[in-house]
Write a new protein. Structure first.
Length: 66
């Protein structure tokens, strides 16, 4: 189950970055597109981080990184 969620979150990471880059390339001078690009980067990094949390071996590594 965790591996399916890991793959799904990795695909979401790629999709978020693609959408952000695509909207930024359409209009690079717009403030809205640059803010949307930053939002896409932050949600992409969140999805990638959450994906790696799901595949960690135990709860101690998930929360504290020890």
């Amino acid at each position: 189950m965790n591996s399916i969620l890991f793959e799904l979150l990795c695909m979401c990471f790629i999709l978020y970055l693609f959408l952000g880059l695509y909207s930024y390339k359409i209009d690079t001078k717009s403030k809205v597109s640059s803010k949307f690009f930053l939002l896409c980067i932050s949600t992409g990094l969140w999805a990638l981080g959450f994906a790696f949390i799901l595949i960690s071996p135990n709860i101690k590594l998930q929360t504290f990184g020890e």
